[in-house]
Design a protein around this ligand. Sequence first.
Ligand code: NAD
Ligand code: UD1
Length: 351
Amino acid sequence: MSSLLCKIEQIFKYMNILVTGGAGFIGSHTLIELYAAGHTAVVVDNLSNSNPESLRRVAKIIGTDSIPFHELDVRDRGGLNKLMEEQKFDACIHFAGLKAVGESVEKPWEYYENNISGTLTLVDVMRNHGCKNIIFSSSATVYGDPVEIPITEKCPKGQCTNPYGWTKSMLEQVLMDMQKADPEWNVVLLRYFNPVGAHPSGLIGENPNGIPNNLMPYITQVAVGKRPELGVFGNDYDTPDGTGVRDYIHVVDLARGHVCALKAIERKCGLEIFNLGTGHGYSVLDMVNAFIRVNGVKVPYSIKPRRAGDIATCYSNPAKAEKELGWKAQYGIEEMVRDSWNWQKLNPEGF
Ligand code: NAD
Ligand code: UD1
């Protein structure tokens, strides 16, 4: 229960949260945790990378008829204005954005326009309606090739290797500058490490379009027979087994991190930045071998050249989130690979 995990009893106020991108992978899992903690939520999503079935399944898990949902683009100022005139929000959790790294290299304008215009429009409408509390989905990608491992929030930001990463880095700056100019804003930047896994029910999970960019959905698609083999991008890194090391985090833990981040908003934190990771680094082969062992399935793979833009090692020091939010990841690698497979197995074609 999230209540045990982040001492939720300290939150005496239930909030009404605007969740942009709530039909997506992380948003849908976060809705469950928000409701479990007693909050209410309204979803805004243009469904460009999601299926409304995810919200029906969230409602099923929560045990409610439906989740309030508006099919709306966050760049649609008129639509957002109307929604915020109709009801008051205590805070916004802003997931909406495009996130495919490779696609962002092919279509930089579309990424800058969607992610940056969308966020600028959203925060303008929010402040016009007196809602100045936002939790923003950022990424460990803003650290570039990090100058310290494990990475603390004090680690300087680095050079991103793709337009997607730059949208996150730039939007962090926009939100920081706005908060500095107007201290009524409370801005929480959450830097996610590598989200994997799915809700243990197997009802919701990650549903990538086309060929997966990320490791875990690629592994599950190989395991279910949709793809012949996994390519392991490089085994000559300076890591224990030569393959890339990352901080994989179960999406349910990540979702609970957002509920805990509301505590910072509630105590009027101003600007806060938190890493959301486990603090453990696993290699590509650690993940593949755990997946095979825990799930009893085959995952053929072969070693391929390094992928452009990849770094050897990236994992967090998540101590700040534990100290200040009372949040700590509860799930380990076994639950991550188990729940990823459970979702894929039960939903071979996604939603
Ligand atoms: P997702 O694609 O599953 O969810 C994003 C949702 O936003 C989708 O439902 C999509 O339809 C919606 N959306 C996109 N543009 C929109 C717009 N202009 N207006 C309204 N809705 C729009 O992605 P996710 O994995 O759930 O990621 C959520 C957020 O977290 C994103 O901002 C992403 O960049 C960030 N993030 C994700 C990861 C990851 O590995 N999944 C890592 C770091 C950061
Ligand atoms: C990638 C993005 C990052 C984004 C993050 C979460 C890049 C350069 N970075 O990070 O911006 O925030 O996803 O969405 O794309 N791997 C394979 N075979 C595969 C896929 C991946 O070996 O088919 C390896 C990679 O080389 C890496 C590890 O698996 O070592 C994790 O890759 P991935 O899941 O794509 O995440 P990141 O590269 O950490």
